[in-house]
Structures are given as C-alpha cells and as structure tokens.
Design a protein around this ligand. Structure first.
Ligand code: CA
Length: 228
C-alpha cells in the first residue's frame, strides 16, 4: 500500500505517541493533534486519508469535531475511526450515525487497530458504493439483480427485509452498522423500533443455519458481518 496520511486526534499523550510511532513504522505519514480544534484545522489543511478520533476531548469534543468534518465538503468523505473508552457506547452509536466509519474501544490491541485502518484504506481505494450485482461473502452469493441468495450453492428463501439486511451488512464489509442505520437503509421508516430489527435479524440468522455466525451482534451498538 502506498504512503498514506493518517491524522490522530487524541489528548492523551501516551496513547498519541504510541500510535504515532507505530503508524510511522507502518510507513504512513502521521499527523497529530492534541485537541479537537487543532485536529479540525489539520484535517482541513492536510486532507488525511484516515482520521483516528478520540471522543473525550477537552473543549471541542470528538462528536463536535466529527460533525464539523462531515459538514466540510472537502473532507466529508475522509474515513474516520473513533478510538474511545469503553462505556461510551451511546456516544459511539451517535458517532457512527454522524458518519464515522468504524470504532475501536480503549484499551485496544494495536494489531486490531492497524487491521481496521488498512481495511478502510483498501475500501477507499476501490471506491465503494457502486452496486455490485453479485456479491460473494464467505459461503454466500448475494444476487442483487435477482434478489436471491445462495448459501453453499443452495438457495435461501428470505423475505425482502431479511435480504436487504444481509446485503447491507455484507456490503459494509465488517464495519458495524447501528440499529438505526439498518432501519434507515432497509426499512426507511424512523418509527420502527430497534426491536423490529432484532426480530428480522433473528429470523435471518435462523435461515442461515450453520452460517448464522456470519452476523455478529455488537452489544449496545448494532450488528456487523464477520469477514471470513
Ligand atoms: Ca481523551
């Protein structure tokens, strides 16, 4: 992978330095900011390829930084990974809904964070969002044009909602989708409750049988597709 610019917005010196050294070693250009204000300024000036964003920042908090980045046309598509303390689950959910791409909770394993960064960088390179008429995800073949799914070459009988849930999760390639994001993308009705998504998901998992573990529940946040 060619050299990428990674911006770390983190007020804890130890974590910031550890990340900076390690990502430098990975061959990336690393920019650091110890406050939300400085991070936002660097993001606009240098247009990084990925931003690691702490949520608990003094004065301008991480969610505010995220909101501002997403409202700036020049950087709105820059991938953002929230790096935040456990127990901030509701903030993480808000962050994902504001447009963050992924999150990692502290304390984190460096290897996990690097893998998430690389996954995001790959996704940006292959410039997403184009609808793939046939998506292959592990033992599944998802045919968007015919609206059908093969599991190990056997057709699955899914409802339209189940099909779309599976498609959205597989398309997210391992990123977590919150229940609200799934409702918005699949059902499109904000009056639907979280519980509705859980019920559809349970039914989808039943139909997947042995392959049910392809969809993991992320407690307090949502669901994600397990990449094989
Ligand atoms: Ca912090």
């Amino acid at each position: 992978m060619s050299k990428k610019i990674i911006l770390i917005i983190e007020d804890e010196t130890d974590i910031r330095e550890m990340l900076r050294l390690r990502l430098n070693k990975e061959g990336h250009v690393v920019l650091v900011a110890d406050s939300g204000e400085a991070g936002l300024a660097l993001a606009l000036e240098r247009r990084p390829d990925v931003i690691l964003l702490d949520l608990m920042l003094p004065i301008m908090g991480g969610l505010e930084v995220l909101r501002k980045i997403k409202s700036e046309r020049t950087v709105t598509r820059t991938p953002i990974i929230i790096v935040s303390a456990r127990g901030d689950e509701s903030d993480i959910v808000v962050g994902l809904e504001l447009g963050a791409d992924d999150y990692v909770t502290k304390p984190f394993k460096m290897a996990v964070l690097i893998a998430r960064i690389n996954a995001l960088l790959r996704r940006t390179v292959s410039s997403e969002e184009a609808v793939d008429p046939l998506m292959i995800a592990g033992p599944l073949k998802i045919d968007m044009t015919g609206y059908h799914v093969l599991l190990d070459d056997n057709p699955l009988s899914l409802t339209k909602t189940e099909f779309q849930l599976l498609y959205e999760l597989a398309k997210a390639k391992g990123r977590v989708l919150t229940r609200n994001q799934l409702i918005e993308r699949v059902i499109g009705d904000s009056y639907v409750t979280d519980r509705t998504i859980d019920v559809h998901l349970a039914s989808l998992r039943n139909k997947l049988g042995d392959a049910r573990n392809l969809i993991a529940t992320v407690r307090g946040v949502g669901y994600r597709f397990v990449q094989s």
